[in-house]
Design a protein around this ligand. Structure first.
Ligand code: GLN
Length: 283
């Protein structure tokens, strides 16, 4: 006989509006088991507490809470990041940005070491920490800024969690708190800024995440434009600027790079085949 609280019944329960993947991942998170457990131990009976926790989470997911906010975790670049409602949940597409930056570094004629990288609007810190992790042996220093002190707390925690010490976190509205004078300029500036148009219907599906991390005025281009316009004050000649943007913003973003004197400007697609990251070098 199958008990009502057995894995067998729960995992096959049809849950409207919530993906099966989320339901299974949530169940595994509660049980602290690997995914094979759902196959090997189908008759396992959930305790009352486990069942209650499971049901509460499913109810929240039905109301639009993403799985990552329930588990408090999201994997990115094979590292584990803590997330909460103050940070955007890292997206797989953003790994394209990390990959492109590392490719650019590897393609340089001489090995780049002891260099500096800036991440604007770091959120959970996923981009800055992944890059700092990859570049720590080459002695790169990463500076990561965010306007939100709550997001910075999460990012700082993630740096410790991932054993990355070469990142400095600064509270700043984009470049505002950075000095233009005494410090050497950055070799690379990266950003995944808010870029969804304020009237975009897509926003209605993203209600759990901080709106300030998602949406910007001027067809979603306001922050991207500011970042590009100010970049050369902080970026060395020949340095790289890499920005994530919306699938329909490639033309506009390339134009902004060109208008601000960048060269080798090009856009790279994400894993879904959409324009996602534009890169250029400061002249
Ligand atoms: N790529 C995210 C989305 O469309 C948005 C990320 C962002 O605004 N920076 O869901």
């Amino acid at each position: 006989m199958t008990h009502l609280s057995s894995i067998k019944t729960i995992k096959n329960r049809l849950i409207e509006d919530v993906s099966k993947y989320w339901v299974r991942a949530w169940l595994l998170h509660i049980l602290q088991k690997p995914s094979s457990f759902l196959i090997t131990d189908e008759d396992y009976q959930l305790s009352d507490t486990e069942l209650e926790q499971f049901d509460t989470g499913v109810a929240k997911m039905k109301q639009g809470t993403p799985l990552a906010y329930l588990t408090g975790q999201q994997e990115f670049w094979s590292l584990n990041f803590s997330v909460n409602e103050h940070t955007l949940i890292p997206r797989p597409d953003t790994e394209v940005l990390v990959e492109q930056v590392l490719d650019w570094i590897n393609a340089q004629p001489t090995q780049l070491s002891n260099k500096r990288l800036l991440d604007l609007g770091t959120g959970s810190g996923c981009i800055a920490i992944s890059l700092a992790h990859e570049l720590k042996r080459a002695n790169w220093q990463v500076v990561a800024v965010d306007l939100s002190s709550e997001a910075l707390k999460v990012a700082q925690h993630n740096a410790v969690r991932n054993n990355v010490a070469n990142v400095e976190f600064i509270q700043s509205s984009w470049y505002q708190a950075l000095s233009t004078g005494d410090e050497p300029k950055f070799d690379i500036i990266v950003s995944n800024p808010p870029y969804i148009d304020e009237t975009d219907e897509h926003l209605a599906h993203l209600t759990a995440e901080p709106i300030s991390a998602l949406s910007a005025p001027n067809q979603g281009l306001a922050d991207i434009e500011h970042i590009i316009q100010q970049a050369t004050k902080y970026l060395r000649t020949g340095g790289l600027l890499a920005i994530e943007h919306g699938h329909d913003q490639g033309d506009a973003v390339r134009q902004l790079f060109l208008d601000n004197g960048f060269e080798s400007v090009h856009t790279v697609k994400d894993y879904g085949g959409n324009d996602r990251v534009t890169l250029g070098q400061a002249q």
